[in-house]
Design a protein around this ligand. Structure first.
Ligand SMILES: O=C1O[C@H](COP(=O)(O)O)[C@@H](O)[C@H](O)[C@H]1O
Length: 232
């Protein structure tokens, strides 16, 4: 693993492949959670969806932590029926929450089955009961979206903590996302980015182009060699 500062984006942790990245990211997340739990009675961790974090969640599920003191919620959700395989909470239930320890955490999914508008309003109320975000884990799409904040979409301009999305370019079109301001206010951000299909966006970010993933604030970037670009 190599680590270095990346302009104003934060620190990169560069791994040779996605398997070693999952192990390294898990270790890093565990350290953040342990430190946080040593300093406060509860810790609010917002989880990423998509495919990239699955290996990391399976690894995390084995970790010994005071899970009962963790509040888990989602950065975004797709408006699909409950238990749909493409829902982000299905991913969390099939990976992280497969183990007894993590199942004792409080998990607040987004009620995306109610539709983007009602589901967003409901989740905003739930977040008020959870307090601020201590840590948010984020992925990155091939178009530079993060959570369900897509480039050029109106939801990016909203100040609301939770925003509905009706026309996502990646299916399904209807989604719920944490808003940009709330993601910027999170105490820490960790990004997971793997695979060659993400390389062009990382390079464009490096060259100063704007994408939602670059607007949420600096963080720790866990990137595999396939996704990283050659620096000049
Ligand atoms: O649609 C989504 O995409 C991003 C990236 O997903 P990945 O499959 O490329 O890892 C993800 O972070 C987000 O939670 C998800 O809903």
């Amino acid at each position: 693993m190599q680590t270095f500062l990346w302009k104003d984006h934060g620190r990169v942790y560069l791994y040779p492949d996605s398997e070693s990245l999952a192990l390294g990211a898990t270790e890093h997340l565990v350290q953040i959670l342990r430190r946080g739990l040593a300093q406060a009675p509860r810790f609010h961790w917002v989880l990423a969806g998509g495919k990239t974090p699955a290996a990391c969640y399976r690894q995390m599920a084995r970790e010994v932590l005071d899970w009962q003191r963790l509040d888990l919620s989602l950065g975004d959700e797709r408006c699909l029926p409950v238990d749909h395989p493409e829902r982000n909470d299905t991913l969390i239930r099939n990976t992280l929450l497969q183990a007894e320890g993590p199942r004792s955490a409080r998990f607040e999914p987004m009620r995306a089955e109610w539709g983007a508008e009602v589901g967003s309003a409901h989740h905003a109320q739930v977040l008020e009961t959870l307090g601020g975000i201590d840590l948010v884990l984020l992925g990155m799409g091939e178009d530079g979206h993060t959570a369900s904040l897509f480039p050029g979409h109106a939801s990016l301009l909203s100040q609301a903590p939770v925003v509905p999305e009706y026309s996502a370019p990646k299916p399904p079109p209807e989604r719920i996302s944490l808003g940009l301001t709330l993601l910027q206010q999170a105490r820490r951000r960790v990004f997971l980015v793997t695979g060659g299909s993400k390389r062009a966006i990382l390079q464009a970010l490096d060259q100063g182009q704007r994408f939602p993933v670059g607007q949420v604030g600096a963080g720790d970037w866990f990137v595999d060699q396939d996704a990283w670009f050659e620096t000049q």
